[in-house]
Ligand binder design. Structure first.
Ligand SMILES: N[C@@H](CCC(=O)N[C@@H](CS)C(=O)NCC(=O)O)C(=O)O
Length: 284
């Protein structure tokens, strides 16, 4: 990589080949499977192939919410996809998600399995299928779609933008850090102002818009994301903090957060029955 201020991109971008290390193997300009690998299948209607990162936790929180609300058809097996072992490039996984990113889901409740990728699609599909956590009236539903898609659109600025340049990039680039810190703060301000006037993202009703937004915003507000809490002054978003606290106290949310977490306190590697999570939470 050039550290030269005078760096000018070539006329045509060319891949200089695989960089060293695991991230080097992950980052490449082409898609597709790199090896043949079968995925395991459990007995429940839903088979989730994922990880307990903020992107994966959205889905496990919704499953736990559905089960807590009495939707027995939402039973699921959560299998761990270890992206550091490049399992997202195995052939079975790529057949579910050609984008090679967690989360990926199979709905095996019908005659033929239905594949789903991208958490926005997964949350909408499940909410519609079970008629839950989605406002019933047209205007409420429109608001829910907007905040759900807003989350999908903003997450890459937080992780791939701020997280990457503040914490992960091998060089600290003032321009990039400024740009993404400003955007991360703007995103938190949008949420803070909205939640000053609304108990939940869609007003009075807790919905998939809250579930989608919770994991990343919780990571920034209570999790010191990328070590940047003080830098971004996350404590100043008091309405956002009030909402994070209320949502974070929900039992199904606490359950969903530990699924497929292969690290940290209270980690559960996989979930094949409620008892798997009970055991982890009992030990916390
Ligand atoms: N658009 C997806 C992105 C999901 C994503 O970036 N997943 C990461 C883990 S948190 C991943 O699978 N990375 C593997 C890779 O980039 O090869 C979302 O919003 O959830």
């Amino acid at each position: 990589m050039s550290k030269d201020k005078d760096y000018k991109p070539a006329k045509l971008w060319k891949w200089k080949g695989r960089k060293k290390g695991i991230l080097g193997a992950m980052n490449r300009p082409i898609s597709g499977a790199t090896y043949e690998a079968k995925l395991p299948r459990g007995t429940h209607p839903f088979q989730l192939y994922s990880l307990g990162s903020p992107n994966g936790q959205k889905v496990t929180i919704l499953f736990e919410e559905l089960l807590a609300a009495g939707h027995e058809g939402a039973e699921y097996d959560a299998w761990m996809i270890d992206i550091m072992k490049l399992e997202q490039f195995g052939s079975d996984f790529v057949a579910i998600n050609p984008n090679s990113k967690i989360p990926a889901l199979l709905d095996c409740s019908g005659k033929k399995p239905v594949r789903l990728f991208e958490p926005g699609a997964i949350l909408l599909y499940l909410a519609e299928k079970f008629g839950a956590f989605l406002p019933k009236d047209g205007a409420g539903r429109a608001e829910c779609y907007s905040w759900l898609m807003w989350q999908m659109a903003t997450a890459p600025w937080l992780g791939g933008g701020f997280g990457h340049f503040y914490r992960m990039a091998p060089v600290k680039i003032e321009y990039a850090i400024n740009r993404y810190a400003m955007e991360a703060k703007r995103i938190m301000d949008v949420a803070d102002r909205h939640l000053a006037e609304n108990r939940f993202f869609c007003g009075k009703q807790y919905s998939i818009a809250d579930i989608a937004n919770f994991t990343w915003l919780n990571y920034f507000i209570t999790g010191d994301a990328y070590g940047g809490a003080k830098y971004l002054d996350t404590a100043s978003y008091t309405h956002l903090a009030r909402w994070v606290d209320e949502v974070g106290q929900r039992k199904p949310v606490r359950r969903g957060l530990v699924v497929n977490r292969g690290w940290g306190e209270g980690s559960a590697v996989e979930r094949h029955s409620a008892a798997d999570i009970d055991a982890v939470l009992a030990g916390v």
